[in-house]
Design a protein around this ligand. Structure first.
Ligand SMILES: Cc1cc2nc3c(=O)[nH]c(=O)nc-3n(C[C@H](O)[C@H](O)[C@H](O)COP(=O)(O)O)c2cc1C
Length: 165
């Protein structure tokens, strides 16, 4: 562990569609003592790239809340929460619409990361709006880290050091 985490409890909440956000979560969890919570939808997106982008994009634009599988950890039980999402339609992925509407997160230290293919768009701004009432202590945007894992790991490790845990 490169960071002194004292006894603070840290939860990494993430959604992933194709593994990048999971890779970041697992890399962070190797650096600091943290629990992870992967949020999963009951229904998958279509397999074809076109329909996947279309359906996922529409869910973001229309603020659809896809049904989630039950979760077994609560952000309010932790001191700090790291939230990771792929960028969808220049924002956070639609499963977080559901998660944020079902789960209370207030008065926490929150660090955000996103994985993107082109640009982060308004992902962090939109997340911070939905999550008002918390203290934001870090942001990391990382382009498809699975394409260059060692560079991804290097950037993630550097970032973890900058978060004031
Ligand atoms: C429905 C959908 C919409 C996307 N929209 C964007 C976008 O607006 N901007 C962008 O840079 N990448 C976009 N992407 C690409 C993903 O953000 C990128 O591949 C990311 O690394 C995926 O993370 P994951 O593997 O954790 O799912 C989109 C991907 C999907 C599936």
């Amino acid at each position: 562990m490169s960071n002194s985490t004292n006894n603070r409890r840290i939860l990494i909440v993430y959604y992933t569609q194709s593994g990048n956000s999971k890779f970041v979560a697992e890399t962070i969890a190797q650096e600091i003592k943290a629990d992870t919570l992967e949020i999963k939808t009951k229904k998958s997106l279509p397999k074809s790239t076109f329909f996947k982008l279309f359906v996922g994009g529409m869910q973001v634009v229309f603020k659809i809340k896809p049904d989630l599988l039950p979760v077994d950890k609560k952000p309010m039980d932790y001191d700090m929460v790291i939230i990771g999402t792929p960028v969808w339609a220049s924002s956070f992925a639609s499963p977080f619409n559901t998660f944020f509407s079902q789960i209370d997160i207030k008065g926490k230290k929150i660090a955000l990361y996103c994985c993107y293919g082109g640009s982060k768009g308004k992902t962090f701004d939109n997340m911070k709006n939905v999550l008002n009432g918390n203290q934001f202590i870090g942001e990391l945007e990382i382009k498809s880290p699975l394409e260059d894992k060692s560079e991804g790991i290097r950037r993630i490790k550097e970032w973890v050091k900058t978060i004031n845990i």
